[in-house]
Design a protein around this ligand. Sequence first.
Ligand code: SNW
Length: 291
Amino acid sequence: MSKRLNFRPAAVVAAGVAALLALSGCAGTPASSSGSADNPYGLIQSGTIRVASLGDSKPYTFTDAQGNFTGFDVELFKDVAHRAGVDNVVFTGQDFSAILPAVSNGQFDVGVAAIGITDKRKQTVDFSDGYLAGYLTVITGKDSGIKDANGLSGKRLGVVQGSLQEAYAVKNFSSASLVRFPDNNTAIAAVNSGAVDAHFLDYEAAKAYEAQYGLVSAADIPSFDAPAGFAIAKGKTAFKDALNKGLKAAMEDGTWKKLYQKWFPGSPMPEQYLPTAEQTTSASPSPSASK
Ligand code: SNW
């Protein structure tokens, strides 16, 4: 053992220099966070945007029968990336709870998965401007007897780990027993098998599962105070600015509206993301309980 402690001074100095270079962003990854002439957005690989996403959050982000990522958030992000000059966009499915850590530690350029912007999440990542605001929904079986949020008392309620639903339920559904799942598919399987009494997820995903399995909605909780945004590592200002510019343009020219109608047919249209000329009122989100 003692032999191994005999460091050669030159090696120690070299290791120290390497560590300093890595810290200052001059070594290791090809991109520095502030960007360079040939990689202005500071992407992991110049010309490619690597996206951490979800394969089972239909109709926001999901994989189709061929295994390709699609959905509202996916199509909107690709449109925005195109406006920012990047067409090579690579989506990878993660557990929801892994997305923000993977973005903040540089494994992905961005997280796209109906991720609500909150102050707590802003401690670890930056967000683009918001692009979607809606409800959090409790779904249950037709015969569960759960008719509203009060009906959850003493029941087993599924939540996806790390979601706003989990935080909301911890605070506001304290008389329910929470059961944490890595993703919606396993939680819904548990509803269908009777292992849990209900599951708490995003409104549009709830609608899709209701249609697929004959489940019913028991409560909708407004989440307009946490609109979804694209999550990016802190400090990538040029990248964030380009995404925000693209988002604004996609809203202004009606692309956002077209995608909303395609993926969320029949859902009420949040006015704040429509072309300015189509906004009838000064869009003010309704108040909602805190998360
Ligand atoms: O806060 C909402 C937002 O208002 C909109 O309805 C889209 O979904 C939310 O961002 C909440 N989404 C959850 C979250 O951010 C779950 C995301 C997921 O399951 N993919 O934790």
